[in-house]
Design a protein around this ligand. Structure first.
Ligand code: KG4
Ligand code: ZN
Length: 341
Protein backbone atom coordinates (compact mmCIF):
# COMPACT_ATOMS: atom_id res chain seq x y z
CA UNK A 1 0.00 0.00 0.00
CA UNK A 2 1.54 3.30 -1.11
CA UNK A 3 0.49 6.56 0.54
CA UNK A 4 1.74 10.08 -0.03
CA UNK A 5 2.14 12.00 3.24
CA UNK A 6 1.88 15.78 3.02
CA UNK A 7 3.06 18.11 5.80
CA UNK A 8 2.67 21.89 5.95
CA UNK A 9 1.80 22.64 9.59
CA UNK A 10 4.67 24.99 10.28
CA UNK A 11 7.58 26.13 8.11
CA UNK A 12 8.37 22.95 6.17
CA UNK A 13 6.61 22.08 2.91
CA UNK A 14 7.08 18.33 2.79
CA UNK A 15 5.83 15.27 0.94
CA UNK A 16 6.87 11.62 0.94
CA UNK A 17 5.71 8.37 -0.62
CA UNK A 18 5.61 5.57 1.96
CA UNK A 19 5.02 1.90 1.30
CA UNK A 20 3.16 -0.17 3.92
CA UNK A 21 3.79 2.43 6.62
CA UNK A 22 7.48 1.61 6.84
CA UNK A 23 9.43 1.97 3.62
CA UNK A 24 10.41 5.42 2.43
CA UNK A 25 10.14 5.55 -1.40
CA UNK A 26 10.82 9.31 -1.44
CA UNK A 27 11.01 12.06 1.16
CA UNK A 28 11.18 15.70 0.04
CA UNK A 29 11.42 18.58 2.55
CA UNK A 30 11.58 22.24 1.52
CA UNK A 31 12.46 24.23 4.61
CA UNK A 32 11.60 27.91 4.93
CA UNK A 33 14.06 28.36 7.82
CA UNK A 34 16.26 30.79 5.87
CA UNK A 35 13.29 33.01 5.01
CA UNK A 36 12.11 33.22 8.64
CA UNK A 37 15.65 33.54 10.06
CA UNK A 38 15.65 37.25 9.04
CA UNK A 39 12.76 37.79 11.46
CA UNK A 40 14.20 35.66 14.26
CA UNK A 41 11.18 33.32 14.20
CA UNK A 42 8.32 32.03 12.06
CA UNK A 43 6.03 34.66 10.53
CA UNK A 44 2.69 32.83 9.99
CA UNK A 45 1.52 34.74 6.92
CA UNK A 46 4.85 34.35 5.17
CA UNK A 47 4.81 30.64 6.04
CA UNK A 48 1.42 30.00 4.44
CA UNK A 49 2.24 32.01 1.32
CA UNK A 50 5.50 30.12 0.94
CA UNK A 51 3.60 26.81 1.19
CA UNK A 52 1.41 28.06 -1.69
CA UNK A 53 4.52 28.42 -3.80
CA UNK A 54 6.43 25.29 -2.83
CA UNK A 55 3.99 22.58 -1.80
CA UNK A 56 2.80 21.37 -5.24
CA UNK A 57 6.36 21.20 -6.69
CA UNK A 58 7.39 19.28 -3.53
CA UNK A 59 4.50 16.82 -4.06
CA UNK A 60 5.47 16.41 -7.73
CA UNK A 61 9.09 15.79 -6.77
CA UNK A 62 8.08 13.19 -4.17
CA UNK A 63 6.02 11.31 -6.79
CA UNK A 64 8.82 11.52 -9.36
CA UNK A 65 11.51 10.32 -6.96
CA UNK A 66 9.30 7.41 -5.89
CA UNK A 67 8.60 6.58 -9.53
CA UNK A 68 4.82 6.54 -9.08
CA UNK A 69 1.93 8.42 -10.61
CA UNK A 70 -0.75 9.88 -8.35
CA UNK A 71 -3.25 7.39 -9.83
CA UNK A 72 -1.09 4.49 -8.60
CA UNK A 73 -1.28 5.61 -4.96
CA UNK A 74 -3.60 4.03 -2.37
CA UNK A 75 -4.19 7.16 -0.31
CA UNK A 76 -3.44 10.84 0.20
CA UNK A 77 -2.55 11.79 3.78
CA UNK A 78 -2.09 15.23 5.25
CA UNK A 79 -1.50 16.92 8.60
CA UNK A 80 -4.70 18.71 9.70
CA UNK A 81 -3.39 19.93 13.09
CA UNK A 82 -1.90 21.06 15.36
CA UNK A 83 -0.06 23.92 13.69
CA UNK A 84 -0.51 27.31 12.07
CA UNK A 85 -4.02 27.58 10.62
CA UNK A 86 -2.97 29.25 7.37
CA UNK A 87 -0.17 26.76 6.80
CA UNK A 88 -2.38 23.76 7.54
CA UNK A 89 -5.04 25.03 5.13
CA UNK A 90 -2.63 24.91 2.20
CA UNK A 91 -1.71 21.27 2.85
CA UNK A 92 -5.23 20.08 3.58
CA UNK A 93 -6.68 21.71 0.46
CA UNK A 94 -3.87 20.39 -1.74
CA UNK A 95 -4.46 16.88 -0.35
CA UNK A 96 -8.23 17.07 -0.83
CA UNK A 97 -7.74 18.18 -4.44
CA UNK A 98 -5.28 15.36 -5.15
CA UNK A 99 -7.50 12.75 -3.52
CA UNK A 100 -10.64 13.97 -5.29
CA UNK A 101 -8.99 14.18 -8.72
CA UNK A 102 -7.56 10.66 -8.43
CA UNK A 103 -10.52 9.10 -6.57
CA UNK A 104 -8.33 8.07 -3.65
CA UNK A 105 -8.96 7.82 0.10
CA UNK A 106 -8.14 11.01 1.97
CA UNK A 107 -6.57 10.66 5.43
CA UNK A 108 -6.17 13.44 8.02
CA UNK A 109 -3.23 12.93 10.38
CA UNK A 110 -2.50 14.49 13.77
CA UNK A 111 1.00 15.98 13.48
CA UNK A 112 1.96 14.66 16.94
CA UNK A 113 0.90 11.17 15.92
CA UNK A 114 3.11 11.64 12.86
CA UNK A 115 6.09 12.37 15.11
CA UNK A 116 5.37 9.09 16.95
CA UNK A 117 5.12 7.07 13.73
CA UNK A 118 8.48 8.35 12.48
CA UNK A 119 9.78 5.51 14.69
CA UNK A 120 8.11 2.95 12.42
CA UNK A 121 10.18 4.07 9.42
CA UNK A 122 13.52 2.83 8.15
CA UNK A 123 13.34 -0.78 9.26
CA UNK A 124 12.38 -0.22 12.89
CA UNK A 125 9.09 -1.47 14.29
CA UNK A 126 8.48 -0.65 17.97
CA UNK A 127 5.50 -3.02 18.01
CA UNK A 128 7.67 -6.02 17.12
CA UNK A 129 10.69 -4.65 19.02
CA UNK A 130 9.93 -3.49 22.54
CA UNK A 131 6.16 -3.82 22.14
CA UNK A 132 3.48 -1.67 23.81
CA UNK A 133 3.05 0.20 26.11
CA UNK A 134 5.47 2.96 25.15
CA UNK A 135 6.11 6.31 26.84
CA UNK A 136 6.45 8.88 24.05
CA UNK A 137 8.17 12.22 24.55
CA UNK A 138 7.17 14.52 21.70
CA UNK A 139 9.26 17.68 21.89
CA UNK A 140 9.00 20.26 19.15
CA UNK A 141 8.68 23.99 18.56
CA UNK A 142 5.09 23.98 19.80
CA UNK A 143 4.82 20.94 22.08
CA UNK A 144 6.47 19.04 24.88
CA UNK A 145 4.10 16.18 25.61
CA UNK A 146 4.45 12.87 27.42
CA UNK A 147 2.03 10.45 25.80
CA UNK A 148 1.37 6.90 26.92
CA UNK A 149 0.81 4.73 23.83
CA UNK A 150 -0.84 1.42 24.65
CA UNK A 151 -1.45 0.33 21.07
CA UNK A 152 -2.07 1.77 17.61
CA UNK A 153 -4.31 4.80 18.04
CA UNK A 154 -4.47 4.39 21.85
CA UNK A 155 -2.99 7.47 23.50
CA UNK A 156 -3.20 9.08 26.93
CA UNK A 157 -1.64 12.45 27.68
CA UNK A 158 0.47 11.98 30.83
CA UNK A 159 2.31 15.30 31.00
CA UNK A 160 2.79 18.46 28.99
CA UNK A 161 4.50 21.79 29.24
CA UNK A 162 2.69 24.32 31.39
CA UNK A 163 4.25 27.22 29.47
CA UNK A 164 6.84 27.15 26.67
CA UNK A 165 7.69 24.16 24.51
CA UNK A 166 11.26 22.83 24.69
CA UNK A 167 11.94 23.88 21.08
CA UNK A 168 10.62 27.37 21.82
CA UNK A 169 13.06 27.63 24.76
CA UNK A 170 15.94 26.49 22.54
CA UNK A 171 14.93 29.08 19.94
CA UNK A 172 14.74 31.88 22.53
CA UNK A 173 18.08 30.98 24.13
CA UNK A 174 19.74 30.95 20.71
CA UNK A 175 18.30 34.37 19.87
CA UNK A 176 19.61 35.83 23.13
CA UNK A 177 23.04 34.31 22.54
CA UNK A 178 23.13 35.66 18.97
CA UNK A 179 23.09 32.18 17.46
CA UNK A 180 20.23 32.63 14.97
CA UNK A 181 17.19 30.55 13.97
CA UNK A 182 16.28 27.71 14.32
CA UNK A 183 17.82 27.71 17.76
CA UNK A 184 18.02 24.01 18.62
CA UNK A 185 20.66 23.01 16.08
CA UNK A 186 22.56 26.28 16.74
CA UNK A 187 22.68 25.67 20.52
CA UNK A 188 23.78 22.09 19.95
CA UNK A 189 26.57 23.17 17.61
CA UNK A 190 27.80 25.97 19.88
CA UNK A 191 27.76 23.61 22.89
CA UNK A 192 30.30 21.38 21.18
CA UNK A 193 32.96 24.07 21.73
CA UNK A 194 32.18 24.53 25.42
CA UNK A 195 35.05 24.13 27.86
CA UNK A 196 32.62 23.87 30.78
CA UNK A 197 32.89 25.76 34.04
CA UNK A 198 29.67 27.69 33.49
CA UNK A 199 27.40 27.90 36.55
CA UNK A 200 24.62 25.33 36.43
CA UNK A 201 21.10 26.55 35.60
CA UNK A 202 18.57 25.73 38.33
CA UNK A 203 16.17 23.03 37.13
CA UNK A 204 12.49 24.02 37.25
CA UNK A 205 10.42 21.93 39.60
CA UNK A 206 6.78 21.23 38.83
CA UNK A 207 5.70 19.41 41.97
CA UNK A 208 3.41 16.35 42.08
CA UNK A 209 3.02 16.22 38.33
CA UNK A 210 4.73 14.94 35.22
CA UNK A 211 4.29 18.31 33.54
CA UNK A 212 7.21 20.38 32.27
CA UNK A 213 7.95 24.07 32.65
CA UNK A 214 10.59 25.82 30.58
CA UNK A 215 9.74 29.49 30.93
CA UNK A 216 11.90 29.85 34.08
CA UNK A 217 14.88 28.40 32.24
CA UNK A 218 14.20 30.74 29.33
CA UNK A 219 14.21 33.76 31.66
CA UNK A 220 17.33 32.48 33.43
CA UNK A 221 19.29 32.36 30.19
CA UNK A 222 18.22 35.93 29.41
CA UNK A 223 19.38 37.06 32.88
CA UNK A 224 22.68 35.18 32.52
CA UNK A 225 23.31 36.80 29.12
CA UNK A 226 22.48 40.25 30.56
CA UNK A 227 24.86 39.74 33.51
CA UNK A 228 27.62 38.82 31.09
CA UNK A 229 26.81 41.84 28.87
CA UNK A 230 25.99 39.56 25.98
CA UNK A 231 22.39 40.70 25.73
CA UNK A 232 21.25 43.08 24.37
CA UNK A 233 24.17 42.53 21.96
CA UNK A 234 26.93 45.13 22.47
CA UNK A 235 27.18 47.64 19.62
CA UNK A 236 30.95 48.06 19.77
CA UNK A 237 32.17 44.46 20.01
CA UNK A 238 31.36 40.89 18.99
CA UNK A 239 30.30 38.29 21.53
CA UNK A 240 33.06 36.03 22.81
CA UNK A 241 32.32 32.70 21.05
CA UNK A 242 33.82 30.75 23.96
CA UNK A 243 31.57 32.44 26.47
CA UNK A 244 28.55 31.87 24.19
CA UNK A 245 29.48 28.19 23.85
CA UNK A 246 29.76 27.74 27.62
CA UNK A 247 26.35 29.33 28.33
CA UNK A 248 24.75 27.40 25.44
CA UNK A 249 26.09 24.12 26.84
CA UNK A 250 24.88 24.86 30.39
CA UNK A 251 21.43 25.71 29.01
CA UNK A 252 21.32 22.57 26.84
CA UNK A 253 22.31 20.40 29.80
CA UNK A 254 19.54 21.88 31.95
CA UNK A 255 16.77 21.49 29.41
CA UNK A 256 17.86 17.98 28.44
CA UNK A 257 18.09 17.01 32.11
CA UNK A 258 14.46 18.12 32.69
CA UNK A 259 13.18 16.15 29.71
CA UNK A 260 15.13 13.01 30.62
CA UNK A 261 14.19 13.10 34.30
CA UNK A 262 10.43 13.56 33.67
CA UNK A 263 10.27 11.00 30.86
CA UNK A 264 12.00 8.35 32.93
CA UNK A 265 9.73 9.07 35.92
CA UNK A 266 6.69 8.65 33.64
CA UNK A 267 8.14 5.48 32.12
CA UNK A 268 8.66 3.94 35.57
CA UNK A 269 5.23 5.00 36.84
CA UNK A 270 3.46 3.40 33.88
CA UNK A 271 5.74 0.41 33.68
CA UNK A 272 6.31 0.78 29.94
CA UNK A 273 8.40 -1.47 27.72
CA UNK A 274 10.13 1.34 25.88
CA UNK A 275 10.60 5.11 25.59
CA UNK A 276 9.94 6.68 22.21
CA UNK A 277 11.29 10.12 21.26
CA UNK A 278 9.96 12.32 18.47
CA UNK A 279 9.71 15.92 17.29
CA UNK A 280 12.42 18.33 16.20
CA UNK A 281 14.03 18.51 19.65
CA UNK A 282 14.51 14.72 19.59
CA UNK A 283 17.21 15.28 16.98
CA UNK A 284 19.30 16.82 19.78
CA UNK A 285 22.36 14.62 20.28
CA UNK A 286 22.65 15.22 24.05
CA UNK A 287 18.97 14.35 24.60
CA UNK A 288 19.39 11.16 22.57
CA UNK A 289 22.53 10.03 24.38
CA UNK A 290 21.41 11.02 27.90
CA UNK A 291 18.00 9.38 27.50
CA UNK A 292 19.64 6.15 26.30
CA UNK A 293 22.22 6.26 29.10
CA UNK A 294 19.75 6.85 31.94
CA UNK A 295 16.59 5.05 30.81
CA UNK A 296 15.67 1.74 32.47
CA UNK A 297 14.09 0.52 29.21
CA UNK A 298 15.02 0.62 25.52
CA UNK A 299 14.91 4.05 23.87
CA UNK A 300 13.49 4.28 20.35
CA UNK A 301 14.40 7.38 18.39
CA UNK A 302 14.23 8.06 14.64
CA UNK A 303 17.17 9.37 12.61
CA UNK A 304 17.55 13.14 13.22
CA UNK A 305 16.14 14.01 9.77
CA UNK A 306 12.95 12.09 10.63
CA UNK A 307 12.58 13.89 13.98
CA UNK A 308 12.13 17.31 12.39
CA UNK A 309 8.98 17.88 10.32
CA UNK A 310 8.64 15.68 7.24
CA UNK A 311 5.99 13.99 5.10
CA UNK A 312 7.29 10.46 5.71
CA UNK A 313 5.98 10.39 9.28
CA UNK A 314 2.54 11.51 8.05
CA UNK A 315 2.48 8.73 5.46
CA UNK A 316 3.53 6.20 8.11
CA UNK A 317 0.79 7.25 10.56
CA UNK A 318 -1.80 7.26 7.75
CA UNK A 319 -1.03 3.64 6.86
CA UNK A 320 -2.16 2.52 10.32
CA UNK A 321 -5.35 4.61 10.02
CA UNK A 322 -6.19 3.08 6.63
CA UNK A 323 -5.40 -0.42 7.91
CA UNK A 324 -7.83 0.16 10.78
CA UNK A 325 -10.52 1.28 8.35
CA UNK A 326 -10.51 4.90 9.54
CA UNK A 327 -12.00 7.16 6.89
CA UNK A 328 -12.07 10.96 6.74
CA UNK A 329 -14.73 13.16 5.20
CA UNK A 330 -14.28 15.91 2.61
CA UNK A 331 -15.41 18.51 5.14
CA UNK A 332 -12.40 17.84 7.42
CA UNK A 333 -11.28 21.22 8.75
CA UNK A 334 -7.86 22.21 10.07
CA UNK A 335 -7.55 22.06 13.88
CA UNK A 336 -4.71 24.39 14.99
CA UNK A 337 -4.98 23.25 18.64
CA UNK A 338 -5.47 19.55 17.97
CA UNK A 339 -4.31 17.35 20.86
CA UNK A 340 -3.30 13.76 21.14
CA UNK A 341 -4.52 11.68 24.07
O1 KG4 B 1 9.04 19.12 15.03
P1 KG4 B 1 9.64 20.36 14.48
O2 KG4 B 1 10.50 20.23 13.26
O3 KG4 B 1 8.52 21.41 14.16
C1 KG4 B 1 7.42 21.58 15.00
O4 KG4 B 1 6.51 20.71 14.94
O5 KG4 B 1 7.47 22.55 15.79
O6 KG4 B 1 10.46 21.05 15.68
C2 KG4 B 1 11.11 22.27 15.50
C3 KG4 B 1 11.85 22.61 16.78
C4 KG4 B 1 12.51 23.98 16.73
O7 KG4 B 1 12.18 24.68 17.92
C5 KG4 B 1 14.00 23.64 16.68
O8 KG4 B 1 14.83 24.63 17.34
C6 KG4 B 1 14.05 22.33 17.42
O9 KG4 B 1 12.89 21.65 17.00
N1 KG4 B 1 15.23 21.54 17.08
C7 KG4 B 1 16.19 21.20 17.97
C8 KG4 B 1 17.21 20.53 17.24
N2 KG4 B 1 16.82 20.49 15.93
C9 KG4 B 1 15.61 21.10 15.85
N3 KG4 B 1 16.28 21.42 19.30
C10 KG4 B 1 17.37 20.98 19.93
N4 KG4 B 1 18.40 20.36 19.30
C11 KG4 B 1 18.37 20.11 17.97
N5 KG4 B 1 19.38 19.51 17.36
ZN1 ZN C 1 6.72 18.84 14.33
Amino acid sequence: MRIIGIESSCDESAAAVIEDGRTICSNVVASQAEIHAKFGGIVPEIASRQHMITLIPVVQQALEEAGVKATELDGIAVTYGPGLAGSLLIGVNAAKGLALANELPFIGVNHLEGHIYASWLEGTDPEQGTGFPLMCLIASGGHTDLILMEGHGRYTLIGRTRDDAAGEAFDKAARVLGLGFPGGPAIQKASESSVGGEARFTRPNVKDSLDFSFSGLKSAVVRRAQEKHMYPPPEDSDLDPQEVANVAAAFQEAIVDCMVERTIAAARLHNVKGILLGGGVASNSLLRSEMSRRAPVEVIVPAPALCTDNGAMIGAAAFFHLRHGNRFQWDLDVVPNLRLG
